[in-house]
Design a protein around this ligand. Sequence first.
Ligand SMILES: [Mn+2]
Length: 339
Amino acid sequence: MPEFDRLSHLAPNLTKMVELIGASQRILVTMHCRPDGDAAGSAIAMMHILRTLHKDVVVFNVDPIPDNFSFLKGSGEIVHELDDVEFDLCLILDCADPSLLGRKFPYDKITCPRAFVDHHSVPWKDCCLNLHDDKASAVGEILFHLMNALEVKLTREIAEALYTSIITDTGSFRYTSTSADSMRVSGYLLATGIDVWNICSHIYEDNPVEKIRLLGLVLQTLWVSRDGRLASLHANRQMLRKCHCSGALTDGFINYARSIHGVEVSIFMTQLEDDLYRLSFRSRGEIDVSAIASSFGGGGHHNAAACTLRGSVESIRGQVERILGELYGLSIPDSEGGR
Ligand SMILES: [Mn+2]
């Protein structure tokens, strides 16, 4: 029995990636903006892997790394400005679309070859190499195989970063992306002696008190459609001000709406301007929320997607209900009937 089920899928491009990295000295590593655990963890692991090979590595993101991931060694070295844009190779991690690098990413100035490592279902077209596996639970899982192909020894600091990437993208091994391979890889990471509880405490149990106060206000906005299949929560600017919170602190709140018995789709709305909201969607099954988001000009995965929309909370809910009705033939009654 092969040790890893997905290694044969990755093998041809792993070899090419090893050659590409071998031929490059100055390497830019970047990932999607508003980095999550997979983006931050995989970029930091890549930094350590490349430094072991004596490469000059710059890790760049347009946005700051959330405090929950600042325990990862090397997180403080991630830069948010690029003075020198001369690189031999640009490695793009965990990024389904160029627009997700953020508006401030100097895309046109980076003229070196671009290669990506990703597990989203739509690979980029203008990359010289796609190290891609849509069955991988996280980019961190793919990087474990790349590290082995590069003959870099697994250290504790690499293991902590890869473990962060895998636990956050699998929802602590709860999502369907959790596989025998993600468990096997994690077994190797744990064998380095990493402190799993310490990592999880930093990621999940280190909330600022302002976030929990905001959660209290947000939970009072709960709305559930009359048939119980759609639920929404929102945070307006007044709540954010009252709790001294930025919109980024609402991360994860949407899962409270999805966790309700019978709810298939949850929405979280964060007010950006008077009549402008950022919408996140979560699905727990059949309904592909990326289809809903893309009908409003956004995008994402089957189970998680986002877009921005104009209107009031009530009118936006109505628009989402209409789209759900059109795409899935659901007869979700209008929002007046919410419970
Ligand atoms: Mn990811």
